[in-house]
Design a protein around this ligand. Sequence first.
Ligand code: GDP
Ligand code: MG
Length: 275
Amino acid sequence: MTRLVEVSELDSDTVAWLYELGWNSHFAESLAALGDRSLSPGRVGADYGADFLVHLDSGTARADLSRELRTAGRHIAVGDWVALRAGGDRPEIAAVLDRQSAIRRKTPDMEVSEQVLAANVDVIFIATALDGDFNPRRVERLLTVAYQSGAAPVVLLTKADAGDAEAALAETRAVAPGVPALAISSRTGEGLDGVRQAIGRGRTAVLIGSSGVGKSTLINRLVGSQHLRTGAVHRSGQGRHVTTRRELFVLPGEGVVIDTPGLREIQLWAGEEAL
Ligand SMILES: Nc1nc2c(ncn2[C@@H]2O[C@H](COP(=O)(O)OP(=O)(O)O)[C@@H](O)[C@H]2O)c(=O)[nH]1
Ligand SMILES: [Mg+2]
């Protein structure tokens, strides 16, 4: 197991890595307020149902929810900062640090435990593809989701190699005046520097948009390796839905990005029947 470093023994290299993961004084204060110097910070990277993947100052570990949090029915979201206690053979999540922002479902009558999509997000990329998926009305609806979260929206017109980027940029500006919009292609590399700049070191972005628009492929390009399986295009041109869970990726020096599965949960947030 990855060794947990207690807050009291954090050195500057460790803290520098935590900042790459999105750590800041807000979370440091929240951790300090727990008054237990044996706890160490970690950021939730994935929810596997039975346990969680947590990013630590020194790599990643699988962590369980403490009995107290489980009993309390505490929901943990990808992107949450948590306080970890060294457990038997692996760490235990003892507390969730105060969230700075949360992307929530719009529908209020959902189970509370299902409402937070991603926590502590600075930028929401609204991804829509130029190979037939683009629809300015959907961009408009997803913008309302973004505005409710407190994170800053950026529209990504993906697959710019396969459509009319100029026309789509003009339509996007008409429905979303003042919102940054980028035409990008993971195939040619067009616009990827703009994506990196829109995230930025120590900041966190989440990608939302229908299944098949190229979210995972973009993250693959940004991460620089094939961490994610991406779907082959079917004859119909539809991408296959392969991202099954929200997952956080660290881009050292360039921020953090969260992938989402797309379609179904976006429909729920946007209160839509079909996207
Ligand atoms: N032409 C083109 N195809 C792309 C691009 N990015 C992704 N794709 C394809 O679109 C399909 C769906 O991609 P994927 O990343 O799985 O979409 P996701 O569901 O949004 O994560 C795959 O077959 C990709 O190869 C791009 O920039 N240009
Ligand atoms: Mg995907």
